[in-house]
Each structure stands twice: as C-alpha cells, then as structure tokens.
Design a binder for this molecule. Structure first.
Ligand SMILES: NC(=O)c1ccc[n+]([C@@H]2O[C@H](COP(=O)([O-])OP(=O)(O)OC[C@H]3O[C@@H](n4cnc5c(N)ncnc54)[C@H](O)[C@@H]3O)[C@@H](O)[C@H]2O)c1
Length: 426
C-alpha cells in the first residue's frame, strides 16, 4: 500500500544512507508512505539485491513490501549520495577495537562527507545509528566546517541545515511491525530541527513521537540497552552466588519477582548481539569516571562464558569424557543470528581445547556450521535428539522453542549443564 505523505508537498525526496537491518526497512516504510526514497549503500551486493527488489538478508514481512515499492519506482538505490530534502543515516557504529571499546564513528563521518556537497539549505539530516552523546553535533560540525555558507540557525542570513537524532529500538524479526508501532524519540540540535524530524516520522509512526534535544535522544537509546544489561548482570551475578551456595537461581528469581516492585531478568551464558553487549560501552566511553556500574555490568556479563566453560571442563574431567553436546549457538532464542553470541564463544573455546575430542551442536535454526567452527574439524551439527544421545555431557546455551519439547527422559543418564533454566517436563 502506498499512501500520500503529509509532509509539505515540496519536501518529498528522502535519502537513506546505509541499507542494512535498520536502513532498508526504514527506506521501505518511508516509500510506502509516499516519499520518493533514494537508498545509498557502499556494498555492491546490497545495491544489486535491492535494485532487483530482493532482500539481502532475512526479515519477516519486508520481502513483499520491498518488491512493491521498488516496482512502483518509490525506492531506487545507488552508491553515491544524491540531492535530497531529508537524509537518514543508518550506518554501522561498531567499536574501534575490542580492548578499549571506543566507538568507531568513521562510518558516520564517511556518510556525512557524502552529504556535504549536496546541501544547499533547508535540508534535514537525521542520524538513526546508535551513537554516543554528541554524535549528531559531531556530524553538524563536520558539515559546518566544510560549508561556511550554511548555518544551523539562520545566523547572518545563511541557509539552515537541520540536524536531529532519531534512535531505532526495533526487535529484529519484528522490525516491520515495531518500526511503525513503537514509540519514537526524536531530538534535534535546535527546536526547529526537532519539529521537522517529528513531522517526517509522523508520516508513518503510529506510536507516540517523543521530542527532546539531540544529546538526550542519543543517551536515551544507550540507556534503554544499558538498563537491560545491568539487570541481566544482576541476574548473572546471582547465578554465580547461587552456584556457590547450591541454590536454584531460577526458583530464587521467580520467588523474588513476586514482590510487586521487583522485576529481575533471567541469567544465561552471557549477553550477545550487537546492541545490549555494545551500547553500554558508548556510555562508558563518554564518561568513564562516572559509569562504574555500567562498566561492571558489562564485565560481569562478558565473564559469564568463562564461568560456563570452567564448569563444562570440570564436568568433562570428573567424568573422564572428551565429547560434549551443546544446545544452541544463536545469541538469543528463536533466531539464526550468531553475531556476538556467547554460545558461539563457548563452543569455539570448547573446540579449541585439547581436552575436547568432539563437540556436537544442535542448532535448529541453521543448516550448516559457521566457518570458524567447521574449520576446526571437531564440531558437528546434528538433530536435537541425536546430538543429545551421543554425549554424556549436555550443555544448554540457548532456550530455542525447539528445545522445549525435550523431556527428562531425553536427558536421562546425562549430566545436564543448564545455563538457561529450562524446566523439562517429566
Ligand atoms: N540491527 C538492529 O537490531 C539495530 C537496532 C537498533 C539500532 N541499530 C543501530 O543502527 C545502525 C545500523 O545497524 P544495522 O544493523 O542496520 O547495520 P548493518 O550492518 O545491517 O547495515 C549497515 C549498512 O550500512 C552500509 N554502509 C556502511 N558504510 C556506509 C557508507 N559510508 N555509506 C553508505 N552505506 C554504508 C553497509 O554496507 C550496510 O549495508 C547501527 O548504529 C546499529 O547500532 C541496529
């Protein structure tokens, strides 16, 4: 369905820079809502796929919508940044390195440099990438130092370019629903920029659009993921204490959560993915002196795989075993995404150990092992029950729906190391 946009008739060229998990659905949703969208990406593969109306990755509900807007000519793609009225930047914001965890803003810098020559005044530039506080200002400073003929506020009668941040909080797998239904925060460098950003998101956003300034919007996104990370770290720390005291941590948390104002999240083998395990570090990088709790939570969650590994090795040694089965590789249940997954980290370390002859993996959401595991020659993918039957030691790392069908009988006689608290039926 393509409907007419409400934004001022003269403003309809919108350019999305970075057509990944966030940028591509964003481009499609704007195109569905009447914008003439130009998508920009540095990847030849992405340009080839999208120009044919094909999805370069899996996301429920996006395939048909993409084809419709491409066929209707509402979304076109190219490698160079064109002239547009609105620019949306959704490029990656990884770490510079995994030691310091400092944010790498080079992708944002490159995208901004592509926009600079196209500006003539009255454009809106929206940063959607998850970024440390001050990044929208950093983009604006890059533009203003290259283009002294422009301004942020119309001073000296110079044409204005507006800048805003509009963080994305969608859940992969449900992006097409959440992108329109979630509440959205928008924050500009000026009140006028905030209002312009609010206006463009109002063309499709059915949730509330909450307005603030750019820096608060940037920190809000990081805060959401840090809140979850700190809460999970609390649960993970409890799991270590309970292990020491021989108490069932899941029963403990269930009981404590019956308090009307307590809501502890669940422990696990660590925290993975490219949001919760990354974003808190951007707060730490912004103010290292005052972010002790946030840093410690990251460290607690990052050290959990070591605790699981130690337990597995201890069990293998005590039982004189050199073969182990792991259930799940993904970074969370019911997806096939293995990026930054603690289950992957644990499986890699098991395979690398001379004490382990074979690791049998049950991961129902993939058809072949990732290269890093396949090349060890020690890891094998197998159906769930076959994988369990072949080892004496079974470690559950992910609670995929497919594992919920297991019964106590399936695990009878095995040593079961349960990092997810799944209660199997008798
Ligand atoms: N994936 C998520 O669930 C999610 C959720 C919320 C926020 N975010 C944030 O959104 C941003 C984008 O994440 P993503 O998951 O879409 O990343 P992604 O890696 O899927 O996509 C990024 C795209 O940008 C392209 N790109 C890189 N540099 C470019 C440049 N200079 N010009 C044009 N294109 C360029 C890449 O080729 C790629 O296609 C990140 O800051 C991320 O933290 C992601």
């Amino acid at each position: 369905m393509i409907v007419k946009q409400n934004f001022s008739e003269s403003k309809k060229q919108l350019c999305v820079i970075g057509l990944g998990y966030i940028g591509l659905p964003t481009a499609v949703v704007f195109a569905q809502n009447g914008w003439q969208v130009k998508g920009v990406d540095v990847s030849d593969r992405t340009i080839e796929y999208v120009s044919r109306g094909e999805l370069p990755f899996v996301e429920k509900g996006l395939k048909g919508a993409l084809k419709t807007v491409v066929d209707a000519g509402m979304l076109t793609v190219q490698k160079d940044t064109p002239k547009a009225d609105v620019y949306i930047v959704s490029v990656p914001t990884p770490f510079k390195d995994t030691q310091t965890h400092a944010p790498d803003l080079s992708y944002i810098e490159a995208a901004t440099k592509g926009i600079i020559p196209q500006l003539s005044g009255d454009e809106l530039v929206v940063l959607e990438s998850t970024s440390p506080p001050g990044t929208t200002r950093f983009m604006a400073d890059l533009v203003m130092s290259a283009r002294p003929d422009l301004s942020l506020d119309g001073s000296d009668n110079r044409p204005i370019v507006h800048f805003a941040h509009a963080p994305e909080r969608v859940l992969p797998g449900q992006i097409m629903v959440e992108m329109t239904e979630n509440d959205r925060i928008v924050g500009g460098l000026t009140p006028e920029a905030t209002e312009k950003a609010r206006e463009i998101y109002a063309t499709f956003c059915q949730g509330a659009i909450l307005t603030t300034d750019a820096k608060t919007a940037e920190l809000a996104k990081l805060t959401e993921n840090s809140f979850r990370d700190v809460n999970i770290a609390f649960a993970n720390e409890l799991s270590l204490i309970c292990d020491q005291l021989d108490i069932n941590v899941w029963e403990l948390i269930k009981l404590a959560n019956r308090h009307p104002r307590v809501n502890i999240l669940q422990p696990g083998p660590g925290v993975g993915g490219h949001c919760i395990a990354v974003d808190p570090w951007f707060i730490v990088a912004s103010d290292p002196d005052n972010s002790n709790l946030i840093r410690t939570a990251r460290e607690v969650n990052d050290s959990k795989p070591d605790f699981v590994l130690e337990k597995v090795f201890r069990t293998l040694t005590s039982q004189n075993q050199d073969r182990v089965t792991v259930l799940g590789l993904a970074f969370k249940p019911n997806i096939d995404d293995l990026r930054e997954s603690p289950a992957m980290r644990i499986t890699e370390r098991l395979a690398a150990s001379p004490a382990v002859r074979e690791v049998i993996v049950a991961e129902p959401n993939i058809n072949e092992l990732p290269e890093v595991l396949a090349k060890t020659g020690k890891v094998r993918l197998a159906p769930i029950r076959e994988a369990i039957s072949e080892s004496e030691v079974v470690v559950q790392l992910v609670d995929h729906a497919q594992f919920k069908g297991l019964t106590l009988a399936d695990l009878s006689g095995k040593t079961f190391i349960n990092t997810r608290g799944s209660g199997f039926v008798a």
